[in-house]
Design a protein around this ligand. Structure first.
Ligand code: KG4
Ligand code: ZN
Length: 357
């Protein structure tokens, strides 16, 4: 089964063609990502209106690119998948409407994929991971620990009460006058800093739940920076290193709680899976590896280009759903907000309704 995927929820316009074999394994036939980082850099963050316009300008071309690189035409495609949310609504409308147009004209099934679900299922494309597994999803908009029990069967074990980890990296970078996106910048500069110079908090440490809270850490960092301003290059490096170390410690502690909750409710996970842009951070990857070893499981972290937003993950999630006969009608609505566990609730309700028929 071959599926075209379209991703336009944030600042990457991405398309890909992915094949899913009958045994459940997958293969990426093409994967095209056009980053809008340059369009947004001057503003220190993503400007929704600029993003939506840039998606409109690029999308047709990169769909053609993905098809050419995959060496296939629309006749060979079994389904068209697009991220239907959550994300910046202007961009989601662009991608989903384009997918609807192709599905209508070519008479192909449409799959409106949840962007978070796509991150969640990527490890099955890259590593053929069996269910159930524990997912640590950390991106610019989300920080969640989830039990992934099947396609459409997700239980949230922990989430952030305020900022997402990627957002905290981006805000730290902005505060310290670094470039955008902030995560890679902070990581690069942290390598030259002393993580012990500043005393920063580890919010929620030791709690039984698996929730995160990062706004206190952000404020503490700002206060430390204000105390010693103007900042030298070394000050900035030490602040970055201190911030990154605090995040590493928080991730270790919160995820350890999350894995404990997982075990209690669902037994041993088949793996600890990392997803989302933050999983590109090497210090965080190292701590995830250490934690996985400590709790007796394995860390699966997809390659960096599949951790950040891409079209292959959308195509793959579309293929996983299509294989189960889960498609959407052409009037499916784009969604700015779409929590992952809502999918589980909706599908549970659908199954319950079906049982009554
Ligand atoms: O998953 P993603 O590409 O897009 C969203 O869906 O948000 O994640 C982007 C986020 C940004 O906040 C970015 O700063 C963060 O991931 N990020 C990183 C690193 N690379 C990207 N954070 C920390 N360290 C990195 N190396
Ligand atoms: Zn994402």
């Amino acid at each position: 089964m071959i599926v075209l995927g379209i991703e336009t929820t944030c600042d990457e316009t991405a398309t890909a063609v992915v094949e899913r074999f009958d045994d459940g394994r997958g293969k990426i036939l093409s994967d095209v990502v056009l980053s809008q980082v340059r369009e947004h850099a001057a503003y220190g963050g993503v400007v929704p209106e600029i993003a939506a316009r840039a998606h409109v300008e690029a999308l047709d071309y990169i769909i053609a690119d993905a098809m050419t690189q995959a060496g296939c035409n629309f006749d060979a495609i079994d389904g068209i998948a697009a991220a239907g949310g959550p994300g910046l609504i202007g961009g989601v409308i662009v991608g989903l409407t384009t997918a609807k147009a192709i599905a209508l004209v070519r008479n192909k099934p449409l799959i409106a994929v949840n962007h978070l679900e796509a991150h969640a299922l990527t490890a099955r494309l890259t590593d053929f991971v069996p269910f159930p597994y524990c997912l640590f999803l950390a991106s610019g908009g989300h920080t969640q620990i989830l039990a992934i029990r099947g396609v459409g069967d997700y239980v949230r074990l922990g989430t952030t009460q305020d900022d997402a980890i990627g957002e905290a990296f981006d805000k730290t970078a902005k505060l310290l006058g670094l470039g955008y996106p902030g995560g890679p910048e902070v990581e690069k500069i942290a390598a030259h800093g002393d993580p012990t110079r500043f005393t920063l908090p580890r919010p929620m440490h030791g709690r039984k739940d698996a929730d995160f809270s990062l706004s206190g850490l952000k404020t503490a960092l700002r206060l430390e920076a204000e105390k010693i301003a103007p900042l030298s290059d070394q000050d900035v490096a030490d602040l970055c290193a201190g911030f990154q170390q605090a995040i590493v410690d928080v991730v270790f502690d919160r995820l350890r709680s999350g894995l404990r909750l997982f075990r209690t409710r669902f037994g041993a996970p088949s793996a600890l899976v990392a997803a989302g842009g933050v999983a590109a951070n090497q210090a965080i990857r190292k701590t995830l590896n250490r934690l996985a070893f400590e709790v007796g499981t394995t860390l699966i972290a997809p390659p960096l280009e599949l951790c950040t937003d891409n079209g292959a993950m959308i195509a793959w999630a579309g293929a996983e759903r299509l294989a189960l006969g889960l498609t959407d009608s052409l009037d499916v609505a784009p969604r700015a907000r779409w929590p992952l566990d809502e999918i589980a609730a909706a599908e549970g309700a659908r199954k319950r309704t079906a049982a009554y028929k």
